[in-house]
Design a protein around this ligand. Structure first.
Ligand SMILES: CC(C)(COP(=O)(O)OP(=O)(O)OC[C@H]1O[C@@H](n2cnc3c(N)ncnc32)[C@H](O)[C@@H]1OP(=O)(O)O)[C@@H](O)C(=O)NCCC(=O)NCCS
Length: 173
C-alpha cells in the first residue's frame, strides 16, 4: 500500500504521541540515557501535542498506512534566529517498522508545502550529530551542513548539527 500523508488534527494527538515515544526509544537508545528514554511519558506528550495542534501555528502532518499513523513531521518558523533561514523542520519520526517506504520523503514534502504556504522560502533542521541514519536521509535530500552546537537532553550533553536548504526548491525528493 502506498502511504498517505495528511495534515494532522487534534484527534491525532494520541497517535502522534505514541509514535513520538516509540521512535525516540528505537532511535536514541545508546545515544540518550536509558533512564531518560524509559521515563518518556506518552500521556504527557499527548497533552503537549493536543495543545500544539489546537494552536494551529505549527504545520503538523501524519503518515498513515493500513496500520494507522506510522509517522509524523512538524515545521514552521525558524526558532533560534539562525541567519539565512526562516523556515524549520522541527521534527520527523517514522516508526522503525515503517521506515524506508517513502513516508519520510512524503512528510518532508508536506512540511515544505506548509512552509511555502506560510511564505517561508527555505528550511533548516537540527539533528543529533551521532544520528547517522537521519543525517544520511537529510544529505540524500540535498541538505547542506550548516553548523554544530552543544545540546542538553535530559542529563546528557551532546552535539547537534544542522542541515539547510537555502531554497525549498533545492530539496531533492
Ligand atoms: C529519518 C527518517 C525520517 C526517514 O524516513 P523514511 O520513511 O525511513 O525514509 P524514506 O523511505 O522516505 O527514504 C527517503 C530516501 O532517503 C533514504 N534514506 C532513508 N533512511 C536512510 C538511511 N538511514 N540511510 C541512508 N539513506 C536513507 C532512502 O534510501 C530513500 O531514498 P531511496 O528511495 O532513493 O532509497 C526515518 O527513518 C526516521 O524516522 N528515523 C528515526 C527517527 C529520526 O532519526 N528522525 C530524525 C530526527 S532529527
Amino acid at each position: 500500500m502506498v502511504g498517505l500523508v495528511r495534515p494532522a488534527g487534534v484527534d491525532d494527538a494520541a497517535a502522534i504521541a505514541g509514535v513520538h515515544v516509540a521512535t525516540w526509544r528505537t532511535t536514541y537508545g545508546g545515544l540518550l540515557p536509558d533512564d531518560f528514554l524509559a521515563s518518556l511519558d506518552a500521556a504527557g506528550y499527548e497533552e503537549r501535542w493536543r495543545r500544539t495542534l489546537g494552536e494551529r501555528s505549527d504545520r503538523v502532518y501524519v503518515a498513515e498506512d493500513r496500520d494507522g499513523v506510522v509517522g509524523f513531521a512538524s515545521g514552521g518558523r525558524e526558532r533560534a534566529g539562525e541567519t539565512g533561514y526562516s523556515g524549520e523542520l522541527y521534527a520527523i519520526y517514522v516508526t522503525r517498522e515503517a521506515q524506508g517506504r517513502g513516508h519520510g520523503r512524503r512528510l518532508v514534502q508536506a512540511v515544505a508545502g506548509g512552509l511555502r504556504e506560510m511564505g517561508l522560502p527555505d528550511m533548516i533542521v537540527w539533528v543529533l550529530r551521532d544520528n547517522t541514519s537521519a543525517r544520511d536521509f537529510y544529505e540524500k535530500l540535498g541538505g547542506v551542513l550548516v553548523r554544530t552546537q552543544p545540546i542538553t537532553i535530559g542529563a546528557a550533553l551532546l552535539q547537534e548539527v544542522s542541515y539547510g536548504w537555502k531554497s525549498l526548491d533545492a530539496i531533492r525528493y
